[in-house]
Every structure is written in C-alpha cells, then in structure tokens.
Design a protein around this ligand. Structure first.
Ligand SMILES: [Zn+2]
Ligand SMILES: [Zn+2]
Length: 156
C-alpha cells in the first residue's frame, strides 16, 4: 500500500481533508477526516496526570472520522472511569486518543496529528488549571452544559 501524503487545509472549510498522524515511534498510524466537533485545551487533573503535561490540546471527532491505518493491534487501553477510554502505543507508550462513549466522540490529541490546523475554541476544566493561558478564549470552569458541565465561565 502506498503511504498517503498528509494534505493541508488551505481555506476555512475543507470537509473531506484527511490528516495523518501517529505515535512517538511510528508503530501506530492514524488518520482523521473532515472537521472536528470541537477543539481546545483541557486543564483537568486526569489529562495532566495521564499525559504528564500541564494541559491537553484536544480535537473531538465523531468516531467514524478516525481510522487507525497501522498497528491497530499495538494499541493499549485503560479506563479509570467509563467516560474516558485512553489509548496509547504499546511499543513507545505514546498517547494516541481517548474515546468518550457517553458523548459519542473521540479526542485525537492535537499533538499526534501535526498537519491538522489546530485552532482552540475554548478552555475546559479551567478551575483545575496549573498553567493559566491568557489568550482571550473562553475559560469554562468545568465543561459546556451540553456535555454535562455547568457551562460557567471564569476569569483567565
Ligand atoms: Zn509507538
Ligand atoms: Zn481533561
């Protein structure tokens, strides 16, 4: 099979664009197609401790937008709660994505799809932040109301 070349968005809306990505070592490769449902930064304790990073840059997609193109049997899984099924590469430990079954969405970490034009729209779980980010975007205390949160905003 030929290796697909990542394509790059050049305008505001390219519904069928595909963006390649993968883990740290390359054993697992994936691709997302279309446009995400939402993107932003999560400041929650769970993201921080699992990723060992101060914030998680997320892109949320419908599950059918994500394809694992290499190494599907090399993906490990863990869920501390039923809300987040976390996936990583068994070879390098690199994180890949997190399934959120109750929302019908999958979070493909922005860092693993480097060609994707990530544009954050919101910060969530900002009440748990360890890294304040003064970028003018909305800072939600927890989650949007439609995702089961309070929807309340707070100061940067
Ligand atoms: Zn890997
Ligand atoms: Zn989080």
């Amino acid at each position: 099979m030929d290796t697909p070349t990542p394509t790059r968005a050049t305008g505001p809306s390219h519904a069928t664009e595909t963006y390649e990505g993968g883990c740290f070592c390359g054993a697992v490769r994936l691709a997302v197609s279309g446009q995400p449902a939402a993107m932003g930064y999560c400041h929650c304790e769970s993201c921080r401790t699992w990723s060992a990073a101060p914030v998680n840059a997320f892109t949320l997609w419908k599950p059918e937008a994500l394809r694992v193109t290499r190494g599907a049997d090399n993906i490990g899984a863990f869920h501390k709660t039923s809300k987040s099924h976390r996936k990583w590469c068994k070879t390098c430990g690199g994180h890949l994505f997190t399934e959120h079954p109750q929302w019908g969405l999958v979070d493909v970490y922005a860092a693993v799809i480097p060609q994707f034009p990530f544009r954050a729209g919101v910060h969530v779980n900002y009440q748990e932040t360890r890294l304040r980010m003064q970028d003018g975007l909305p800072k939600l205390r927890d989650l949007p109301a439609e995702m089961g949160g309070s929807g309340a905003a707070m100061a940067e």
